[in-house]
Design a protein around this ligand. Sequence first.
Ligand code: TYM
Length: 331
Amino acid sequence: MKRVLSGIQPTGAIHIGNYLGAIKQWVQLGESLGKEALFCIVDYHALTNPSAYDPELLPQRTFEAALANIAAGLDPQKITLFVQSHVPEHTELSWIFTTQTPVGDLTRMTQYKDKAGKLKSVPAGLLMYPVLQAADILIYKADTVPVGEDQLQHLELTREIARRFNGAFGETFPEPQALLNSRAPRVPGVDGAAKMSKSVGNTIDMLEDPKSIWEKLRVAPTDPARVRRNDPGDPDRCLIFKYHSYFSPEEVQQAVSQGCRSAGIGCVDCKKLLFDNMMKTLRPIQERAAELRRQPEIVEAALREGAERARSMARETMHEVRRKIGLYKPY
Ligand code: TYM
């Protein structure tokens, strides 16, 4: 059976960029295609993020990431949801891959360059980050990886790592393909300037209080050319219209587009419509999250069972890999 895998870092609240770019696709994929789906909370990756990693907060953040994914519709009965560090074979395979991966392939990764450029002392783990990501995917021989656009380069490296291993030790791994949500490959942040990102602090979080969401939308930038209420605007230059395209039905999108161009609708009313439609998606997720918070044992059981299932698949691959690379095992 074909396998699909994706991962998310437990570095804080999950935002609508994560939801639209990755989680929503996971949920849909889990229910179609007949693929076996695995979703991994990548806590070892989070250790490479010095500004977000806190040993006191990591357990809670990992739990919250699992809870948020289940609340967003990921059904642990259908999907293997687990925590990366609960399947230690990921780090074992990652080490093997590091021995085969040229340092130059890693230093050219744009995410590495961005993150390392902001640090005085760069941990080696940050450089190895995409190798661990390749291990997350390849240990399950996953062929499909739903992600946002920012992960495409890491996926390309994963394919190179698979090719190199297959070339050296015989056909073992598939070359996995990224699966982008074509409507939301790169969700812009609510500042209207950068990609929505935890590290930039321009997020709308999936479980955020509606009042706080509204406050962010209320002050969010719109088409800069539309200064007064009666100025016509260009929806294609407006962040709020972009958000409408993710959350509002087609007829609302058409109405606000036309209203904006003719100055028939003001920006505040347009934002109110967006808020209502956004909350139609987020409110049920927030309600499920509140229920799960009252029953943490559901989340814990899902993660325990998920780790068991994932581990039995990972062990199988590691037997094969250890044999192929020539590790000594007389017993
Ligand atoms: P992370 O935790 O940064 O993000 C999780 C997922 O959300 C997507 N995403 C976005 N999509 C659209 N617009 C945005 N503004 C946006 N921001 C984030 C990301 O592309 C990602 O799909 N390295 C990964 C985690 C990882 C992983 C893996 C992913 C580790 N191992 C194996 C897939 C397979 C990361 O940091 O994602």
